[in-house]
Design a binder for this molecule. Structure first.
Ligand SMILES: N[C@@H](CCC(=O)N[C@@H](CS)C(=O)NCC(=O)O)C(=O)O
Length: 291
C-alpha cells in the first residue's frame, strides 16, 4: 500500500481489490448482484432482511415498538443478511434493495408485495402504515422529519468518516481522524443542545426521529462504539446521556437491539426473529445449550 502522505492520485483511478481496509472483501466500484440467491420468506406480513448494525436496529426497534402498541400488522420475520459474506449482493436481496445495503423490507400484506429500502424510508413507511411515531400536526411532523433526515445526512460522517478512519482504516491518518472527529463532536453538540430544550428529539413525544438517532448517537454515548468513548469524551454530552438512558430503557428498544445481532453476549443475540417467543427461547445462549 502507498504511504498515505506520499500518495499522488493518478489521472484515472483503477480498482485495487483488497486495499487492506476492513471491508476490502465486500467493497466494489460497481452495483448489481454477484450471484443468484432467492431470499427466504416466512409466515408474517412483513419480511425484514437485515443485520444488527445501527441502521438495522432502527427498524427492529420500530417493529417491536409497533407490536408493543398492539399493531398486529407489524408482525415480522427478521432474516439475517451477513454483509461480511456478501449476502447483500445476492439476486433476491438486490431485487429488494438495488443499493445492496441492509436494512430492506418486503411488505407482503397486500395484493402485490411492496419493497422498501433505506432505513428512514422504512421508518416512515411503517409509521404511516400504523399511524404511530410520526406526528400528524404539520409543525410537529416537520420537526420530526427534519431530525430524521438530519440523522440520515449526518451519520455517514460518523460511520464512514470517523469510525472508519479511527477504528478500521489500515493506517491512522491524522488529517482524516481530526476532520471527522471534529464533525462527530459537533454533531453530538447539536444533539446535546437540542436535548437540553426538549425531552425527546422532536419535542414532547417519542418519534421515529428518536428511533433513527438513538442507535448511532446512543451507541457513541454509552456503548463505546468504535472504542472511542474516551477519545470523544462522550460523558460531556450530558443531555445526550440523559436521553440515551431514557430510550435505552424502553422494553421494545431492548428487544429490537437483540434482533439480527451477531456480536456481544450470546444472551443478547437473536440471530433471526420469527415469533415473539423467540426472545425467550432462541437467543444465542439457549440455542448453544440446545445443540
Ligand atoms: N443509508 C442506508 C445505509 C445502509 C448501510 O450503510 N448499511 C450497511 C450496514 S450498516 C451495509 O449494508 N453495508 C454493506 C455494504 O456496504 O456492502 C440506510 O440508512 O438504510
Amino acid at each position: 500500500m502507498t504511504d498515505s502522505t506520499q500518495y499522488t492520485p493518478p489521472k484515472v483511478w483503477t480498482w485495487n481489490p483488497g486495499n487492506g481496509g476492513k471491508f476490502a472483501n465486500i467493497n466494489r466500484p460497481i452495483a448489481g448482484a454477484t450471484h443468484e440467491k432467492e431470499l427466504p420468506v416466512g409466515r408474517h406480513p412483513l419480511q425484514l432482511y437485515s443485520l444488527g448494525t445501527p441502521n438495522g436496529v432502527k427498524v427492529t426497534i420500530m417493529l417491536e415498538e409497533l407490536l408493543a402498541r398492539g399493531h398486529k400488522e407489524a408482525e415480522y420475520d427478521a432474516w439475517l443478511i451477513d454483509i461480511g459474506q456478501g449476502d447483500q449482493f445476492g439476486s433476491g436481496f438486490v431485487a429488494i434493495n438495488p443499493n445492496s445495503k441492509i436494512p430492506a423490507l418486503l411488505d407482503r400484506s397486500g395484493a402485490k408485495p411492496i419493497r422498501v429500502f433505506e432505513s428512514a424510508s422504512i421508518l416512515m413507511y411503517l409509521a404511516e402504515k400504523c399511524g404511530e411515531f410520526l406526528p400528524k400536526e404539520p409543525a410537529l411532523r416537520a420537526e420530526c422529519l427534519s431530525w430524521l433526515f438530519w440523522q440520515m445526512g449526518s451519520a455517514p460522517y460518523v460511520g464512514g468518516g470517523f469510525g472508519h478512519f479511527y477504528a478500521y482504516a489500515p493506517t491512522k491518518i491524522e488529517y482524516a481522524i481530526d476532520r471527522f472527529t471534529m464533525e462527530t463532536k459537533r454533531q453530538l453538540d447539536v444533539l446535546d443542545r437540542r436535548l437540553a430544550e426538549s425531552e425527546y428529539i422532536a419535542g414532547e413525544a417519542y418519534t421515529i426521529a428518536d428511533i433513527a438517532i438513538w442507535p448511532w448517537y446512543g451507541g457513541l454515548a454509552q456503548m463505546d462504539q468504535y472504542g472511542a468513548s474516551e477519545f470523544l469524551q462522550v460523558q460531556e454530552y450530558k443531555h445526550v446521556q440523559r436521553w440515551t438512558t431514557l430510550i435505552g430503557n424502553r422494553p421494545a428498544v431492548k428487544r429490537g437491539r437483540m434482533v439480527n445481532r451477531v456480536r456481544g453476549e450470546p444472551s443478547s443475540q437473536l440471530r433471526e426473529r420469527h415469533d415473539a417467543s423467540d426472545f425467550e427461547t432462541k437467543t444465542g445462549d439457549k440455542v448453544a445449550v440446545a445443540k
